[in-house]
Design a protein around this ligand. Structure first.
Ligand SMILES: C[S@@+](CC[C@H](N)C(=O)[O-])C[C@H]1O[C@@H](n2cnc3c(N)ncnc32)[C@H](O)[C@@H]1O
Length: 360
């Protein structure tokens, strides 16, 4: 029986179809049971807190980019009456002598490279890193990253199509500045910390939504829900000198990127950048305009649940005459859910691949 099946574990957003842990988590738990070290444990990218509740205690450190993961951890710890680990918000809070570090390999290679560069400097001399994931998600790029930062990489046996790679003896690698920058056709400079969405080019969906910018209502305030590098809100601020924007993302790296982008364009005094899962619980005034280019993945899983959650929250956050503008791939089934939430849903773009929804 899986050590995790004794725990009550839920995902964020809640899902009946999807489990809050996988075979890679189980494999890591079994591997760690074979080790003798019990203290100075760090868990990284633990998606829904399963590793923390199975392996950790109040002395364990827990580092994640994701506000959804953090919320899931809190919910699951409460549901099981277990202590919360110490949450790390910034690498400077990390210890420099971890005995064991368990990292769920993130989908973003940039994020993985940056995290390994940090972790390689935070291990005790005899410490070990366990990098885990489903075999199909561990790309050649991920493997190269591991060998770049660690002299010893033991892939072990795959179990139930999952792998737990043991890394030790960190190399002295100079991790170069991993910030990425590009400019939009309207001259916005966008900056990206490792892991921020679409760090090499303007996202094609964002581009299609921006083509409708002249049709967006005049607003003194707007909300960019799932802001990434901030391109949507910052483009609006560029052409509306009186407006202010709130930018929200569940990825801390994205929030930092949006704040950097605002600064790079002299817009830092007109934005508020918040790290949060959606907007519930934030003290926001009603918004006349909300922009959203929603995700359809959660790590490696395809899902519409997050987008639907964000649409429901957006509905609640609008002023009575406010408008939500959404862009999505045409194949995604958003029209009917949006129609249930809003009296009017127009589609003001005829792009073959993307659809823009104006909801009011
Ligand atoms: C498709 S990207 C769009 C980024 C940017 N707005 C653009 O147009 O390039 C979706 C963004 O939503 C963020 N996101 C995912 N789930 C979220 C949630 N529950 N709350 C807030 N942001 C979320 C992701 O981190 C990602 O940055």
């Amino acid at each position: 029986m899986s050590p995790l099946s004794a725990l009550r574990l839920s995902r964020i957003p809640a899902s009946k179809a999807l489990q809050a842990w996988n075979a890679a988590d189980e494999l890591a738990i079994n591997r760690l049971a074979e080790t003798t070290a019990t203290d100075r444990l760090l868990l990284v990218n633990d998606s829904f807190g399963a590793l923390a509740l199975a392996l950790g205690d109040a002395q364990t450190d827990w580092w994640s980019d994701s506000a959804m993961a953090s919320k899931a951890l809190a919910n699951n710890a409460r549901a099981n009456g277990l202590p919360l680990p110490r949450r790390i918000e910034h690498p400077e809070q990390l210890r420099d002598d971890y005995k064991r570090i368990v990292i769920q390999v993130p989908k973003s290679l940039d994020l993985f490279r940056w995290q390994l560069a940090v972790l390689a400097t935070r291990l005790a001399e005899d410490g070990e890193v366990y990098a885990l994931g489903m075999v199909k998600h561990l790309s050649t790029g991920h493997q190269v990253c591991m060998t770049n930062f660690f002299q010893l990489c033991d892939p072990g046996h795959a179990v139930k199509k999952a792998r737990c790679v043991r890394l030790s003896c960190p190399r002295q690698v100079d991790a170069d500045n991993q910030l990425k920058t590009f400019s939009t056709p309207t001259g916005l400079t966008l900056q990206h910390e490792p892991g921020c969405f679409s760090s090499n080019r303007l996202d094609p969906g964002a581009r299609v939504l921006l083509e409708t910018l002249s049709q967006w209502p005049d607003a003194d305030q707007l909300l960019d829900l799932g802001c990434g590098n901030g391109v949507l809100a910052l483009s609006y601020l560029q052409s509306h000198p009186e407006a202010q924007a709130t930018l929200v993302d569940e990825s801390r790296q994205a929030v930092h990127s949006a704040a950097r982008s605002a600064q790079a364009n002299g817009l830092e005094n007109r934005v508020r950048c918040l790290h949060h899962h959606g907007i519930e619980g934030l003290d926001l005034r009603p918004m006349p305009l909300i922009l959203c280019n929603p995700p359809f993945h959660q790590a490696n899983t395809l899902t519409e649940d997050i987008a639907l959650h964000l649409f429901r929250e957006a509905r609640q956050a609008l002023t009575p005459k406010g408008e939500l503008w959404v862009v999505a791939n045409r194949h995604l089934p958003y029209f009917h859910p949006l129609k249930r939430l809003f009296s009017q849903v127009d589609c003001p773009s005829s792009h073959p691949k993307f659809v823009v929804y104006r909801c009011y």
